[in-house]
Write a protein that binds this ligand. Structure first.
Ligand SMILES: [Zn+2]
Length: 275
């Protein structure tokens, strides 16, 4: 495993990402790590669907188009919302868009795009799947309806005004790269890969669409335990100041979730394209 991960790092080091794009780095990290792990035949299939078969280059496409009128329907596919402090995800209860359409959430989207890629693969299907496997691993993409996954909880991260959702999308990662890794995101990725821990069972019954249920439930649990709660155990509310201690403890969760997402994506793509 160490050797494999070293090779991943070497190939990652050739990837240049402007530092102004820290927000999307989580998705790009998931896509790139996965790309280095997928089988040769999977890569061959992907080459036919996206330019140069480059998963990293399309990892944020779904976020780039979500606000366009033509893709407005895809907006609810980026997240799951649960009732406050229920701390589990239940597809039948939680996976709807605002119009009440069932499976219009990130769990349903993963099932849908997996099925589409299995039957008649199209470029957009692959781009959506790469992105949504990353989204569902971010705990606050599976947060509470009431605060829109932390979007309406205004906090200070160190001295910077932001919201809790953004803290988990990019704020923690950005700070850790600056403070611990000399501002170089590749150093962070290297650390991530060298500290690869056993991540539990990555596989799931994708043909019966249960993967998103399991992954969403895990993220909602993490949101309750780590994202919505400060290091002293108090609930994070409007005006909470988040310190370096919160960042350094929560980055461990983010690191694990990014690696899990990369392995889950690798599993799905290898299964989808194995024939
Ligand atoms: Zn997204």
């Amino acid at each position: 495993m160490i050797k494999t991960l070293f090779l991943i790092f070497v190939s990652l080091s050739s990837l240049l990402i402007p530092t102004t794009q820290w927000g999307p780095i989580g998705h790009q990290a998931v896509a790139k790590i996965s790309q280095d792990l997928i089988s040769y035949s999977t890569q061959q299939a992907i080459n036919k669907l996206i330019p140069d078969g480059n998963m990293t280059a399309v990892a944020n496409w779904a976020d780039e188009v979500r606000s366009l009128p033509a893709f407005k329907w895809s907006e609810p596919l980026h997240f799951i919302n649960t009732p406050s402090w229920v701390c589990n995800y239940n597809r039948e209860r939680d996976c709807y868009n605002e119009e009440g359409q069932y499976l219009m959430c990130v769990d349903g989207a993963i099932q849908n795009y997996t099925n589409r890629l299995l039957s008649n693969p199209q470029s957009d299907d692959l781009k959506f799947l790469i992105h949504f496997v990353g989204d569902i691993a971010q705990p606050l993409h599976c947060g509470f309806s009431e605060d829109r996954g932390g979007n309406t909880i205004h906090v200070d991260l160190l001295k910077k005004s932001t919201n809790l959702h953004a803290v988990w999308d990019s704020g923690i990662i950005e700070n850790v790269i600056n403070v611990n890794f000399g501002g170089n995101w590749l150093n962070w990725i290297q650390y991530l890969e060298y500290n690869f821990q056993p991540l539990g069972n990555i596989t799931c019954d994708f043909k019966n669409g249960v993967c998103g249920q399991i992954w969403g439930d895990e993220s909602t649990n993490l949101a309750c335990e780590y994202a919505y709660v400060n290091v002293d155990g108090s609930k994070i509310v409007n005006g909470t100041h988040l310190t370096e201690t919160y960042i350094q403890s929560r980055i461990k969760i983010i690191n694990t979730q990014i690696l899990k997402a990369a392995l889950r994506l690798t599993f799905l793509l290898n299964e989808i394209f194995k024939n």
